[in-house]
Write a protein that binds this ligand. Structure first.
Ligand code: NDP
Length: 400
């Protein structure tokens, strides 16, 4: 069918590329381009001979628009799949605009020097993408990503109106380290040490980090503590789900993780303000990233399951209705299949599916769009087919 250019070759990209190679009817060619080319070459070597997909590799600094444009012009992909870091979203979107190429990512833009993520910067490209006749699909991971698809599916098939959404992200996995993050440590720590917030009655309610705690009994994982965080899909769902009254996002954390994080914060290690160290400027959080375990190394050691989904409450045919849609994913099964743990897997699979939706023309809506703006049905079908089957519960326990 066509060619995808994947930018970045970290934990999530590795899974997405494995999945593209399993789906070689759609992904006839994959070009992997990242800052460190040796990582792209190692992945190509691992996959070649196991797939009909043709794999090429390139070096690129995705902070540089000119380099990206040259790469896209050389490769002529149907879709650019951005699996680098949120800091590169805008440069990659600029290059897609200049070359009239479709764009997919899994995380919204965040300036490197301010821990603030929101869609405004990317939504500002709406008209230009529309005029260029190309589609940008924003947030095609799990959360954001599948959570938006679940919301669109619930609205289409289960409700006349959705009033409350609670997104619950549970990682019941154990990697045996006292402290490690499951995806890029810098992005992860910026996210969890920020103030929390939720959407209620048309406005944001801000909370202190980890201020709101609940306990939930997750299917196939058991009882876990979870904490309210700000999360990017709240912003787009608040716009795209008519009649919504409240959206909250909760993520589970173990006590050891929280104790370590608090200590690291207290000593200044999570700061993103540069400091002078032995005559050189360093960012404490980037230094911390360098000494923490690489999330990719967690794959062989992580046991247990993730359970991520959405509890919806609303109205169908005049009657109140509750509905829980979720996926359970096993870390060890993921490692057996693609050599990664479930957090990378649950992000990389929807990234491949999002690229497939644009590649096949199943989703084709010029402009810049969040995932819940598209027909959820083909994506839901693909989730079952490509390793993230979903489950429904019509009488879920609710979160107070
Ligand atoms: P990693 O740090 O493992 O990988 C990032 C990759 O991007 C690395 O290969 C890195 O290169 C490359 N990169 C970074 N900067 C540049 C640059 N300037 N030019 C070219 N390449 C660059 O991160 P993850 O795989 O864990 O995360 C990838 C993305 O997925 C992030 O944006 C993250 O926020 C998002 N994510 C989304 C989730 C969701 O559910 N929606 C969940 C988890 C993650 P190098 O190897 O040289 O460092």
């Amino acid at each position: 069918m066509g060619k995808v250019l994947v930018i970045g070759c970290g934990g999530v990209a590795s899974v997405a590329i494995h999945k593209c190679c399993q789906n070689s009817e759609v992904f006839q060619e994959v070009c992997i381009a990242s800052r460190t080319k040796s990582k792209c070459d190692a992945l190509k070597e691992k996959l070649e001979g196991t797939t009909k997909t043709k794999i090429t590799t390139r070096q690129v600094d995705a902070d540089k628009v000119e380099e990206l444009i040259a790469l896209i012009e050389e490769q002529k992909p149907d879709v650019v799949l951005n699996l680098a870091l949120p800091y590169q979203d805008l440069t990659i979107m600029d290059a897609c605009l200049a070359t009239k190429t479709n764009y997919v990512d899994t995380a919204n833009y965040e300036p490197e020097d301010t821990a603030k993520f929101e869609y405004s910067w990317q939504w500002a490209y709406r008209e230009r993408f529309e005029q260029a006749g190309i589609t940008a699909l924003l947030g095609s991971g799990f959360d954001p990503g599948v959570t938006g698809v679940f919301s669109a599916y619930a609205l289409k098939h289960q409700f006349d109106e959705i009033h409350y959404i609670d997104i619950l992200d549970c990682n019941g996995g154990d990697h045996g380290y006292p402290f490690a993050t499951n995806f890029n440590p810098e992005i992860n720590i910026r996210e969890v040490s920020a103030n929390g917030s939720y959407w209620e009655d048309g406005h944001w309610v801000e909370t202190k980090p980890m201020e709101i705690k609940r306990v939930y009994n997750f299917d196939q994982v058991g009882e876990k503590d979870m904490y309210l965080l700000h999360h990017e899909e709240i912003e787009s769902l608040a716009l795209n789900i008519p009649g919504i009254k409240r959206i909250r996002f909760f993520m589970t954390f173990g006590q050891s993780y929280l104790t370590h994080l608090k200590c690291l914060e207290d000593v200044g290690m999570t700061s993103i303000k540069p400091i002078l160290f032995e005559g050189k400027e360093i960012v404490p959080l980037q230094f911390l990233k360098a000494v923490l375990p690489d999330p990719a190394s967690l794959g062989p050691r992580t046991k247990g399951k993730t359970n991520i989904g959405c509890i919806f409450r609303g109205v169908k045919d005049g009657q109140p209705k509750d509905y829980y849609l979720y996926n359970v994913c096993d870390h060890e099964e993921c490692y057996k299949e693609v050599g990664s743990q479930a957090v990378a897997y649950t992000t990389g699979v929807p990234a491949m599916i999002g690229a497939m939706m644009l590649m096949t023309g199943t989703w084709n809506k010029p402009g810049v769009h969040n995932i819940e703006e598209f027909d959820p049905d083909p994506f839901m079908e693909a989730l079952n087919k490509w390793g993230l089957p979903w489950q429904e519960n019509f009488h879920p326990a609710l979160v107070d």
